[in-house]
Design a protein around this ligand. Structure first.
Ligand SMILES: *Cc1c(COP(=O)(O)O)cnc(C)c1O
Length: 457
């Protein structure tokens, strides 16, 4: 583990916070420090039963450590444990949430909006689809096959009619299939994913906007994972760049600070372009709104209690790493992307592998399959390489994708082909992955040599 600056910084800041409350008479809280120390030792031991998510050799799922400033600020806020439902429960942290959310909205190109943090991307998407359903009752919601699986489930919870539109062999929503559905005239909202969870595909939002002009529907952008790439979208390849440029035309946007935003879990964000959707949230709470006439975040969100600490951590992170296209945070995204492009290039020149997403991954997720005559053999090799890499300390992920996506020519690719193949997947979302690429490839190459044999020269 890297040297941890948090304990020192935190104890200094805790003293400062305590100093703010010295006007109160002191009181004792009974704690048994010896017992706690013993329990914490067991906790440390129990936590070892995890993949080392914090390390650059963990290059599997969408997981990365929160920034030290976020951890310290979150822990400091725990001394107070504010609740961002209402001002009564968290005055300072409600203000900090409003400021941090404004910075995310501005990153998306919005100065006027309605928005707040949520406990997760799923809850944020639930609010988006809830407003979608309220805005266009009885109309259908569409999302691609590669949209996050929770959209279907959320729609079921909200009793909205959800339908899936096929994806093309790059994992993007098929515009042809989408238009076929739109012609039926009963579509209220289309979920557009900027950065799919499986492969980081970017739906062509700009072209979907053209369809909106013709057919009229709401657009919900699910950018839970990919949203921050807006900051460096000018560096992305052509179709993705255009999609991100159109982000401000969406009706609602979801971004997860706990995915790419260096936050501890418990931090999603929902934004609506039209502040008037606040009317749908209207409710009376006889016991939570008392001492302030200002807007309570609970008046514009579906959740009641919510961690004020999550807002404090996000606010602190934005102070250190502002969401600017040329800032250090954006540089971290560029490093992740460079790592993904680098790994893709290594795979491309190795005949043992077939990387997906020619000519290159759209964001920072790399997916590839071992070369083999059948899907079954390829899948088995993928599982073997996954294990062999883990033994060398390199942690990848597996994902099931349509075999047709790997066809060399578009003519071969039969979208109706439903056969799935298990692929290797690496989310290179830590900036450190760029510097570690050689060591990642070294381990992957060695694991593959043991599993499939050496590459042919
Ligand atoms: C992760 C993800 C979600 C779900 O977000 P949680 O924070 O895990 O609830 C939704 N959509 C996309 C595109 C995601 O990547």
């Amino acid at each position: 583990m890297p040297q941890d600056p948090v304990p020192g910084l935190l104890s200094r800041a805790t003293e400062l916070l305590e100093a703010e409350f010295t006007y109160l008479p002191p009181f004792q809280q009974h704690t048994d420090s010896a017992a706690i120390a013993q329990i914490l030792a067991s906790v440390a031991h129990r936590l070892a039963d995890n993949y080392p998510y914090f390390h650059p050799l963990y290059a599997g799922q969408m997981l990365k450590p929160p920034h030290p400033v976020a951890r310290a600020a979150y822990a400091l806020a725990m001394t107070i444990n504010p609740n961002n439902h209402a001002r009564d429960g968290g005055r300072a942290s409600s203000e900090m949430e409003i400021e941090a959310v404004r910075q995310i909205a501005q990153m998306c190109g919005w100065n006027e909006y309605l928005g707040h943090l949520t406990s997760s991307g799923t809850l944020a998407n639930l609010e988006a689809l809830w407003v979608a359903g309220q805005s266009a009752p009885g109309k259908r919601i569409l999302g691609s096959e590669q949209a996050h699986y929770t959209h279907r489930r959320i729609s079921a919870v909200l009793q909205l009619n959800y339908a899936q539109v096929p994806s093309d062999n790059r994992g993007r929503i098929s515009l042809e299939a989408l238009e076929n559905e739109l012609r039926k005239g009963d579509v209220g909202t289309v979920v557009v994913t900027l950065g799919t969870t499986a492969i980081g595909a970017v739906d062509p939002l700009d072209q979907i906007l053209a369809l909106r002009q013709q057919y009229g529907f709401r657009i919900h952008v699910d950018a839970a994972y990919g949203g921050y790439y807006k900051l460096i979208s000018h560096t992305l390849a052509e179709p993705a760049r255009h999609a991100y440029a159109a982000m401000d035309q969406a009706d609602s946007i979801v971004i997860d600070p706990h995915k790419h935003g260096l936050q501890p879990y418990g931090c999603g964000c929902i934004l609506f372009r039209d502040p008037a959707v606040g009317r749908f949230y209207k409710h009376d709470s006889p016991y939570t709104y008392f001492t302030s006439k200002q807007l309570h975040l609970g008046e514009i969100s579906l959740e009641c209690s919510r961690a004020g600490a999550a807002a404090v951590a996000l606010w602190a992170t934005h102070q250190l790493l502002p969401l600017l296209p040329n800032g250090e945070f954006a540089r971290g995204l560029s490093q992740s992307r460079a790592a993904a492009l680098g790994l893709h290039r290594c795979l491309q020149v190795d005949d043992r592998f077939q990387p997906l997403a020619a000519p290159a991954p759209e964001l920072d997720i790399v997916v590839w399959k071992p070369t083999a005559e059948t899907a079954e053999k390829s899948s088995q090799l993928a599982r073997n390489i996954f294990d062999a890499c883990a033994q060398r300390g390199l942690h990848l992920a597996l994902v099931q994708l349509p075999l047709s996506w790997f066809s060399q020519s578009a003519a071969d690719a039969n979208p109706a082909e439903s056969k799935l193949v298990t692929c290797l997947r690496s989310v290179l979302m830590k900036p450190e992955h760029e510097a570690w690429l050689d060591r990642i490839w070294e381990r992957l190459a060695a694991a593959s040599a043991d599993t499939i044999g050496k590459r042919t020269e």
